[in-house]
Design a protein around this ligand. Structure first.
Ligand code: ADP
Length: 385
């Protein structure tokens, strides 16, 4: 857990203990240790604590010396047995067969505080909890009871998995060109350098792979900055026709090399509300893909439509994308044909960048495609004021 979460968790535990102590007094619970007070301040504090415990996402469970439940909140009931209205008096062993939970509470009753106990549920929706147990009313002979808080760390765990997958993808993506570079340098060192023609060919392969690594690192840094909220948009009215003209001019050489025609079908008076540089980046990515995945003598056209939002469409008449891939297309490193994408110098991050830039604009990017006919990527942007 990160530092802030640890502080919050500790605070929550303190609040939970105070709540239980208050509750014990008002319930005349055997675990109670002092006289009940009912000053207005104390009543207000009690109802505030009750509301907090009832509303909190963390499950809260208190057991007595006999391992029977003496208090629980709705989140704990949902966790252990959603069909009952109370867990009161039930044995812990009736609620769960999980030995980790049992041993944590047992330690709590021995006066030992436990934290970092990982608990997983395997219902229809897998959930992961971090359980912390503190003793209540501890004396030399152990404790009167034990209070456990179940922190839901499902999301944190999921993010951690995504982060690990991303790291492993990045390492893998970097290793491929690096291996090629090392192999060709060794070939040169082993004599190929003497042959001018091979030397030239190998150097150009080395350069191509080094450029791939460069683009990959650029894209990773860009995506990390956007996702990390470190990109500030400067949205203003943008002349879409002029912007598309500029992007097409920059992509002209690439399009010509593939015999692809670029068509700007946007009307000259169309204005959209966006960060011009970022919109240019999105269009460059989509047009670049349109060219890469076009057929020989294909066309990539850019048009504009207006409904509740501004829509900028980048259409190509290439091979299209099989429908089973469409849903995952905007994920990082997702590619329909990995080898083909690499061959064309792709990083597999272009569409993820477009997606995040569109989201930053409070818009989105969508795709429709028909095999053999082509694909249309649409950037949807909210209308300007
Ligand atoms: P890449 O660097 O591979 O182009 P992207 O994130 O830009 O990475 O695109 C991901 C994948 O989506 C591509 O590898 C390709 O399989 C598919 N794709 C993207 N645009 C098109 C398109 N216009 N036509 C067909 N396939 C496309």
């Amino acid at each position: 857990m990160v530092a802030v979460e640890i502080i919050l968790a500790s605070l929550l535990l303190i609040v939970a203990v105070v709540w239980f102590a208050k509750r014990s007094k008002s319930d005349k619970n055997p675990l109670a240790q002092s006289e009940q007070t009912s000053s207005p301040e104390s009543l207000a504090l009690s109802s505030l604590l009750d509301a907090t415990m009832t509303g909190m996402r963390e499950g809260l469970l208190v057991v007595n010396r006999d391992m029977r439940v003496v208090a629980s909140n709705p989140a704990a009931r949902k966790l252990f047995n959603p069909s009952v209205t109370t867990l009161q008096s039930q044995r812990l062993t009736e609620l769960t067969r999980n030995p980790a939970i049992y041993s944590a509470f047992l330690d709590g009753l021995k006066g030992i505080e436990r934290s970092g106990v990982k608990v997983e549920t395997h219902g229809p929706e897998r959930q992961v909890f971090d359980l912390r147990v503190v003793p209540i009313g501890a004396n030399g002979n152990g404790a009167e009871g034990a209070l456990g808080v179940f922190f839901d760390i499902t999301r944190t765990e999921r993010l951690e998995i995504v982060r690990q997958e991303f790291l492993s993808n990045v390492s893998h993506e970097l290793r491929t060109p690096l291996t090629a570079i090392i192999a060709f340098v060794e070939t040169l060192e082993n004599g190929a350098i003497e042959d001018a023609e091979s030397c030239q060919r190998f150097l150009s392969i080395i350069r191509k792979n080094a450029s791939r690594m460069h683009s990959l690192i650029d894209d990773i840094l860009e995506l990390t900055a956007i996702e990390g909220g470190n990109v500030q948009l400067r949205a203003a009215s943008v002349d879409l026709f002029a912007l598309v003209e500029d992007v097409c001019a920059s992509a002209a050489a690439k399009a010509a090399a593939q015999n692809v025609t670029l068509k700007n079908n946007v009307d000259p008076e169309v204005m959209v509300y966006a960060d011009e540089r970022r919109l240019e980046q999105m269009l460059t990515n989509l047009i670049d893909n349109g060219i890469k995945f076009s057929r020989e003598h294909g066309t990539v056209s850019i048009s504009y439509e207006s409904d509740t939002r501004d829509k900028i469409l980048v259409h190509d008449n290439g091979d299209g994308i099989p429908s089973q891939h469409l849903e995952r297309l905007f994920e990082r490193f997702y590619r329909v044909d990995r080898a083909r994408s690499r061959d064309m110098g792709g990083t597999g991050l272009g569409l993820a960048i477009v997606k995040h830039l569109a989201l930053l604009h409070h818009g989105e990017v969508t795709v429709t495609s028909e095999l053999g006919k082509g694909s249309t990527f649409t950037i949807h942007l909210p209308k300007g004021q």
